[in-house]
Design a protein around this ligand. Sequence first.
Ligand code: HEC
Ligand code: HEC
Length: 226
Amino acid sequence: MQKLAFVALLSLSTFAFADGGLLKKDCVSCHNISGPAATTLKELWAKKGPDLFYAGNKYRQAWLVSWLQKPQRIRPAGEFYEDHIKPGAKSDEIDVTTLKDHVALSKEDATEAAAELMQLKPHDDLIAKEKIEPGTITKQAGEMVFDKFWGCMACHLIEPEYGGLSGPELYTAGQRLQPEFMASFIRNPQAWQPKTWMPNKGVSEGNIQKMVHYLQALSEESANAK
Ligand code: HEC
Ligand code: HEC
């Protein structure tokens, strides 16, 4: 009896893999893996998690494997911002008690999920257009470009408690993201996400390069601080 049940279970999970694997089984209730979840504002508000359909063009695989085992918050207010604002609180105060922790995977599952995610590459075309020039930038000059010139800090944290709250934190972006993706997303967010709060600010090529160098430097700094 027991043996039979085991065989049945085994074939069930093989079936799940044949059918698209772990992502389809455990992740698509919150993440879209085949196209943008939102093309209208209404859909944007209804999103349960960030889109993953271009994950292979976006993330560093090693980061995925480690984050999926030990997820740390990236979007300080979750995906659905207004849900987590404290009623009556001064503006932008987040009610962290309403935020749920992300599911953590075993090493095997994280490795499998990361491998599946890295195959999702609908935008090799956009990535191929980017060329990251080698270079460095001082923290001060980077902040000038990022904050003073282009106002990016209104929505992004550059330290765990410093910056805006409506976008993903950017102090680990260098570990998380492929540099060509950063450049392409800054150049034209709507090419990746038809509906997103991030504006296309028309950042010049030279400043895009500086921002990528700055985000990479920030990440090294936060890794050293640990
Ligand atoms: C209950 C809904 C839910 C489920 C199920 C879920 N996620 Fe998530 N996921 C989220 C939310 C919400 C975030 C944003 C979390 C944050 O910003 O810290 C997120 C973030 C992520 C991110 C980082 C995205 C980014 O760039 O901000 C990855 C990668 C990810 N999830 C992968 C997965 C995988 C793989 C699975 C299936 C094993 C999964 N998730 C299952 C809700 C979910
Ligand atoms: C009005 C708020 C807002 C402003 C201003 C803004 N962003 Fe964003 N940014 C966002 C949001 C929201 C996302 C997440 C988009 C998504 O995945 O749908 C994002 C995503 C990003 C990402 C990708 C990060 C990731 O993990 O997905 C980078 C890089 C980035 N922004 C850089 C910048 C830079 C550089 C500027 C200044 C030129 C800027 N942003 C200005 C809201 C903003």
